[in-house]
Structures are given as structure tokens and as C-alpha cells.
Design a protein around this ligand. Structure first.
Ligand code: NAD
Length: 386
């Protein structure tokens, strides 16, 4: 019998929803790159469209795990020495966590997790796990690659438009009973004809570029592996050899690379100084790619026109985090990858990975981040240990 420790975000303050605004969600069977959506065997322990990313939703895993005789602990109490997470850490064989409410698996925690074999990210982005320490301890780290890529890409398009059109401040004027047209439009532009650049054009970054193409933007990218000439031609992409070259050429910078030691703090005062005055920065990748206070300085000085995204450090962000109140921010809590549509896919993918683990069959290559003591699969393509 194995102990499976699962950390999920708390239920809604109004209680677990008895019903939903929509009756169903579309069925997606294949992603844009041809990869199939998760294919677990047997019944799902939930109805697609239900809220399963919170504690009461349990990712729909209880009947599967208890049916095999495993112990399944679900909690949102993840931080501090007296947390439920710490209490179960030492004898958990599998830890499941979502990036939205991450159970940070630091080197110290990994040292205490003597039985841990699988750190499973229900979602995408496994930087909450110290990957080097996991590799040394021969822990497999896996995530549900592809499951919420479009969810995040849609969020990026939404915030790009809302920043450039000054949507959120204008909405506030409307809510407050005002009609201050000049105040609203004095920062409002059309996006058409602007230059948009993404740092990282993997599953999400490329989906963002594809969605923005019909808006008449000039599209730029930089990333570790250059895209095929066919894709570059299809989207009329300008490739930049590095981030510095891209940021000085564009009106929007979109961050879409993973966080690992050498990408941490990539956006510091030096990088902001290279951006065009009045450019916008969007970050739905990871907060620590940017220097927290350098963002505040760049927005408050007017050098950049706005900052939006949904990723913070730590998570949950403290009430006094400066990004909550700095001007011209379009921040939300970490929600873009956990729409009800995304939850259905990553919960199914979590079940698929668990089935592979318990049946001792290989976990899909694209789901692997660390395996056999080294980066593997998507981890080897997209992450670094230094
Ligand atoms: P992906 O692996 O498909 O693409 C990442 C790309 O970044 C790869 O193509 C890789 O070559 C490139 N890259 C890595 N390091 C680089 C560097 N230093 N310079 C240039 N390019 C580099 O990943 P994805 O699915 O597109 O996700 C990207 C990131 O977005 C994830 O790692 C995660 O941190 C974040 N994410 C956030 C949410 C959310 O809810 N906000 C959801 C999913 C993913």
C-alpha cells in the first residue's frame, strides 16, 4: 500500500459548487502539435467541467486510489513545520501538487521525504520541485504536458488586449458610476500593427503567436530551439538570437519559458532598460523570471506601460505583495491554467500517470521532467539544472 499525498487549493469560500454555469465542456482529443490528450484507462472519477482542482474535488482520484488499497491524503495545508503536508511528507510515496497552490519540494523537504518516488505536477511547470535534488534522490518528476497550454495562451491574448486598450481602469470607471471618456482613452490604443515578441515559443508561446496572428501584429520570438522554417513562414515570424535583441524590438514582451536556475531573475533593471518606452510585459510563466521590485520601478517610472500575468512568488502571494497595487497591472491569482476545461485534462493526465506508475509501464516521454537521476523528456528539452 502506498501513501499518496495530494495538495490542492482550498474550496470556494461559498462552498463546493452544487451546479455550474454551463452544462458541459467541449471534448478535445488532440493538441495542435498532434499529441493526444490524456488517455487514462477506465472511468474518470469526475464529470468533465466539475471543479476538481480544489480539496473537495480531489482531482477525482479517490475511488481509483482507494480501489487499489492506497492511502489518499488531500490537503491545502502545505506550508510551515506544523502543516498537514509536513506531517505526511516522511512516508509519502507519491506527492501530487498543482502549480497554482504549489507544495514546495525544497532540497530540505526532499531530504526528509525518504519514501518519495514520484512528484507529480497536476498541470505544467515543475519548478516548485528542486529538480536537482529530486534527480539526486532518484525521484521521478512528471507533469501533464500540453494539458493547459491553450488555457494559458487564451489568458495571454486576453491580458494583451486589456492592457493595450486600458480595459481594467475603464471598467472601474463604469462600476463607479462614471463616464470619464477622456480619462479612459488617454492610455488606450489599437493593437493592430504593433510588434509582439515571445521569449519561449514552446506549446504555450506558439499557441499565443497563432492566436495573435489575425490581429495584424508583427510577431517575434526567441527560444532555445529554432522553430521550423514552415512555422516561421506561416506566421511571418522574426527570430531573435537572444532575449536582449527581442525586447528592444517589440511593443509587447511575453514570457513563456520555464523557471530554472539560469532563467531566474532574467528580467532585471538592465533588461527593463533595453525595452522600448511604453512597452508591456506579460508573464504567465513564473514570477521569479523577473525581479519583483524591478517590475514595480519600471511601471511606476512609466518606462513600461503595464504588467500583467498570474504568477507570483510565493504562492499564495502575501496581501502586501507590491504587484497587487502597483499602477497599470493586470494581475490575477494563478488561474490561467486551471480553468474548468484545463482541470478536466490535467486530472485525466494525472490519472494516466498514476496508472503507468502502479502498472509499471512507462510514463509518456513528454510527461517526464526528471527520471532515472537526470532531466528527461520535456525536462531535457525545456529545463536546465543550472
Ligand atoms: P514548453 O516546454 O512547451 O516550452 C518552453 C520553451 O522554452 C521550450 O521550447 C524551450 O526550448 C524554451 N526555453 C527554455 N529555456 C529557454 C531559454 N533560456 N531561452 C529561450 N528559450 C528557452 O512549455 P510550455 O508548456 O509552453 O510552458 C512554458 C512555461 O509556462 C512552463 O514551464 C510553466 O512555467 C508556465 N506555465 C504556466 C501556467 C499558468 O497557469 N500560468 C500553465 C502552464 C505552464
Amino acid at each position: 500500500m502506498s501513501k499518496v499525498l495530494c495538495v490542492l487549493y482550498p474550496d470556494p469560500v461559498t462552498g463546493y459548487p452544487p451546479h455550474y454555469v454551463r452544462d458541459s465542456i467541449p471534448t478535445i482529443t488532440v493538441y495542435a502539435n498532434g499529441q493526444s490528450t490524456p488517455t487514462p484507462k477506465g472511468p474518470l472519477g469526475f464529470r468533465p467541467g466539475e471543479l476538481i482542482g480544489c480539496v473537495s474535488g480531489e482531482l477525482g482520484l479517490r475511488s481509483y486510489l482507494e480501489g487499489l488499497g492506497h492511502e489518499f491524503i488531500v490537503t491545502s495545508d502545505k506550508d510551515g513545520p506544523d502543516s498537514t503536508f509536513e506531517k505526511h511528507l516522511s512516508d509519502a510515496e507519491i506527492i501530487i501538487s498543482q502549480p497554482f497552490w504549489p507544495a514546495y519540494l525544497t532540497q530540505e523537504r526532499i531530504a526528509r521525504a525518504k519514501k518519495l518516488k514520484l512528484a507529480l505536477t497536476a498541470g505544467i511547470g515543475s519548478d516548485h520541485v528542486d529538480l536537482e535534488a529530486a534527480a539526486r534522490a532518484d525521484i521521478t518528476v512528471a507533469e501533464v504536458t500540453g494539458s493547459n497550454s491553450v488555457s494559458v495562451a487564451e489568458h495571454v491574448v486576453m491580458v494583451a488586449l486589456s492592457l493595450v486598450r486600458n480595459y481594467l481602469p475603464s471598467h472601474d470607471v463604469s462600476v463607479a458610476g462614471g463616464w470619464l471618456i477622456a480619462d479612459c482613452v488617454s492610455r488606450s490604443y489599437d493593437i493592430e500593427g504593433m510588434h509582439f515578441g515571445t521569449i519561449g515559443a514552446g506549446r504555450i508561446g506558439l499557441a499565443v503567436l497563432r492566436r495573435l496572428k489575425p490581429f495584424g501584429l508583427h510577431l517575434h520570438y526567441t527560444q532555445r530551439h529554432r522553430l521550423s522554417p514552415e512555422i516561421e513562414q506561416e506566421l511571418s515570424l522574426t527570430f531573435h538570437p537572444d532575449a536582449e535583441s527581442l525586447v528592444s524590438a517589440v511593443d509587447f514582451v511575453n514570457l513563456q519559458i520555464p523557471l530554472y536556475p539560469s532563467t531566474e531573475g532574467m528580467f532585471n533593471d538592465r533588461m527593463f532598460a533595453k525595452m522600448k518606452r511604453g512597452a508591456y510585459l506579460i508573464n504567465t510563466a513564473r514570477a521569479k523570471l523577473v525581479d519583483r521590485d524591478a517590475v514595480v520601478r519600471a511601471v511606476e517610472s512609466g518606462h513600461i506601460a503595464g504588467y500583467a500575468g498570474d504568477v507570483w512568488f510565493p504562492q499564495p502571494a502575501p496581501p502586501e505583495h507590491p504587484w497587487r497595487t502597483m499602477p497599470f497591472n493586470g494581475m490575477t491569482p494563478h488561474i490561467s491554467g486551471t480553468s474548468l476545461s484545463a482541470q478536466a485534462r490535467y486530472a485525466a493526465g494525472t490519472l494516466e500517470i498514476l496508472q503507468s506508475y502502479f502498472e509499471r509501464t512507462p510514463i509518456r516521454e513528454e510527461y517526464l521532467i526528471v527520471h532515472g537521476g537526470a532531466l528527461a523528456g520535456t525536462g531535457a528539452k525545456s529545463y536546465g539544472l543550472t
